[in-house]
Design a protein around this ligand. Structure first.
Ligand SMILES: Nc1ncnc2c1ncn2[C@@H]1O[C@H](COP(=O)(O)OP(=O)(O)OP(=O)(O)O)[C@@H](O)[C@H]1O
Length: 227
């Protein structure tokens, strides 16, 4: 397994947000997490990358993880290519990071090509649309050489066609062998593109099923809990 989470628990004060979550994602698999607001989806991802400390449970990630967020943090005045190169910062010496070495620039170009934006490499990042910027953020994650991509509502700020493009890109990266875990608020995109869907209610896994076996009753039940 590329990600294996067992018995994950997290409370904030007296509020139990994760009540023992088990979750796995294999290499080559695209898993979507659905659930109502407050069901604990982001907390699972944040614990997985170490942004939050769980109270209990084990997390094992094989090959390193990179996270993609709803809010896209690119440096708008720098080029698309520089933004992707910055994914390599973790493995560069500091003085190399002012001008990225050629090997990094070449690798970043390959990452940009994988997200279909090689032709925008020398544009300022701020010139790109929201959907394109999210694809650049994904290219930057690829440039980290992570084997696991975690995405927290990566398309919630995008229009429907850009959202579809980004989710389809995540699916194709899983086809190339990455493990992809994405929190989505678009059940129909999850059903169309994910291999498996995990439904979360009140910090517990309500179901984990092949996407093709999820029906609308199961999806509706996730959101009715909150009402
Ligand atoms: N740092 C924190 N301090 C206190 N409470 C928090 C903190 N982070 C999250 N929570 C609470 O934990 C619960 C779950 O939050 P989380 O962000 O994981 O939910 P979510 O399923 O991702 O929701 P959404 O769909 O709204 O993003 C919420 O009630 C939230 O208010």
């Amino acid at each position: 397994m590329s990600i294996e989470i067992r018995g994950l628990r997290k409370s904030f004060g007296s509020k139990e947000v994760l009540a023992g979550v088990d979750l796995t994602v294999a290499a080559g698999e695209f898993v979507a997490v659905l659930g109502a607001n407050g069901s604990g989806k982001s907390t699972v991802l944040r614990c997985a990358v170490g942004l939050q400390q769980p109270d209990a449970g084990t997390i094992s990630i094989d090959g390193g993880a990179a996270m993609v967020f709803q809010q896209i943090h690119l440096v708008g005045r720098r080029t698309v290519l520089d933004n992707v190169c910055s994914g390599a910062l973790g493995r560069l010496r500091l003085r190399q990071s002012v001008f990225f070495p050629r090997s990094v620039r070449e690798e970043a170009m390959e990452c940009l090509a994988r997200v279909g934006l090689a032709d925008r490499a020398s544009d300022r990042a701020s010139k790109l649309s929201g959907g394109q910027q999210q694809r650049v953020a994904i290219a930057r994650a690829l440039c980290q050489r992570a084997k696991v991509i975690l995405a927290d509502e990566p398309v919630s700020a995008l229009d429907p066609s850009a959202a579809e493009q980004v989710v389809s890109l995540l699916a194709s990266l899983a086809d190339e062998g990455l493990a992809v875990l994405a929190v989505l608020h678009q059940p129909e995109l999850a059903q169309r593109f994910a291999d498996r869907i995990i439904g979360l209610t009140r910090g517990k896994v309500a179901f984990t099923n092949k996407a093709t076996t999820i029906d609308s009753n199961m999806v509706n039940a996730l959101y009715e809990v909150a009402r």
